[in-house]
Design a protein around this ligand. Structure first.
Ligand code: GZL
Ligand code: ZN
Length: 357
């Protein structure tokens, strides 16, 4: 259903005093048609999220023939449900939902279905009894992201002659119940079991730097043998590194010599990427946020009367500055490791003696 924007293109008001015959010629013209989209974004908790929002906003522009109604859920499902109900009232043509967590969507998605509005899920997944409640999903294979990180760790420790039982790993998880957290956490728990690593603790850092630091401080207080920290996004890794260095320990890949290895996901935050190049973060599994064009492709198909794929996974990379492992084999599939150039840590500016307090 296309919506037409009725605008007055020209109103020519001819008040001809002389002929005492005011006449108004009004030229109505259907201007461009446009597609009205309601987008419920879960929040703004990370650079990944901001990049995802920007990708959607820069794709669904008036110039491209869309009007986008954007609602920020501020990490609360109740806000997202309210937004969806508002979109239904506004009779949007499509609803796009980036769900904060997987469960609790059945009722409101049924309301959208009853209103005849197609729903496209982006990024994290919804767990609904009736899969017809959404038309299509596009996002990442989060468990595969986790398998890349754990397979890299497995291959690295084998190459370095580090025994599995020497690996003492903690997981700073993402928002509990989010698909990214569920998939990444499962991959680590499965790998730890398979290889015999000691998975000491799992705690949510809620995908933020502040919480990541707080959780790392707590774990360092509780365990004196941590040598690998699995951070479920960039920001948690930054927070963990702050805590580790504040505790006087060193982050890096050299587990055998007392360094604490930090592993991460996303690869969007500039500081995290800089740390990757310095070797402070040992590897990052890419999580690509640029879903705007991918959602547009789905809507284009629907507009053309075609049926889009139900689940659309995006291809993602894996990077490290460490040369030990050059490729990964996971479930029979080979994945490359992108080697980033190693940079020397940016030395803290020396404060001359005289200026020191
Ligand atoms: C993953 C996305 C996650 C990112 C985090 O697709 O849902 O949420 O990994 C973000 O950075 O907060
Ligand atoms: Zn092996």
């Amino acid at each position: 259903m296309k919506r037409y924007l009725l605008i007055l293109t020209a109103v020519v008001l001819c008040l001809a005093a002389a002929c005492n015959k005011p006449s108004v010629e009004q030229e109505e013209e259907f201007a461009e048609d446009y597609i009205l989209i309601g987008f419920s974004q879960l929040g703004a908790e990370s650079d990944w999220r901001s990049a995802n929002t920007e990708s959607m906003k820069s794709t669904f522009t008036a110039a491209n023939g869309y009007e986008l109604i954007f609602e920020d859920g501020q990490q609360k499902q109740s806000n997202q449900i309210t937004a969806i109900r508002t979109f239904i009232q506004q009779e949007v043509d499509y609803i796009v939902l980036a769900p904060v967590t997987e469960t609790g969507w059945d009722t409101v998605l049924q309301e959208a279905k009853d209103a005849g509005i197609p729903v496209i899920i982006v990024d994290r997944m919804v767990d609904v009894d009736d899969e017809t409640l959404f038309t299509s999903w596009v996002g990442s294979n989060f468990e595969l992201e986790g398998k890349k990180v754990t397979e890299w760790l497995h291959r690295y420790t084998e190459a370095c002659g580090i025994q599995p039982e020497e690996i003492n790993i903690v997981n700073i998880q993402g928002t509990i119940g989010a698909s990214a957290q569920i998939g990444r956490t499962k991959a680590l728990a499965d790998a730890a079991k398979e290889h015999g690593w000691n998975l000491l603790a799992e705690m949510t850092g809620d995908f933020t730097q502040a919480k990541g630091r707080e959780v790392m401080e707590y774990l360092l207080d509780g365990y004196d043998n941590i040598n690998v920290v699995y951070c479920e996004n960039d920001h948690e890794a930054l927070g963990a590194i702050e805590a580790i260095e504040a505790a006087g320990k060193t982050v890096g890949p050299d587990i055998a010599n007392g360094e604490i290895m930090v592993l991460a996901f996303d690869g969007i935050n500039d500081e995290a990427v800089a740390y990757l190049k310095e070797g402070k973060i040992t590897c990052i599994a890419e999580c690509n946020p640029l879903h705007g064009p991918r959602v547009k492709a789905i809507i284009d198909q629907l507009e053309a009367g075609r049926v889009p794929g139900k689940l659309n996974f995006v291809e993602e990379g894996f990077s490290s500055a460490d040369t030990t492992v050059s490729s990964l084999v996971i479930d029979g599939q080979v994945y490359g490791v992108t080697l980033v150039e190693k940079t020397e840590p940016v030395a803290e500016p020396e404060v001359p003696e005289s200026e020191q307090e």
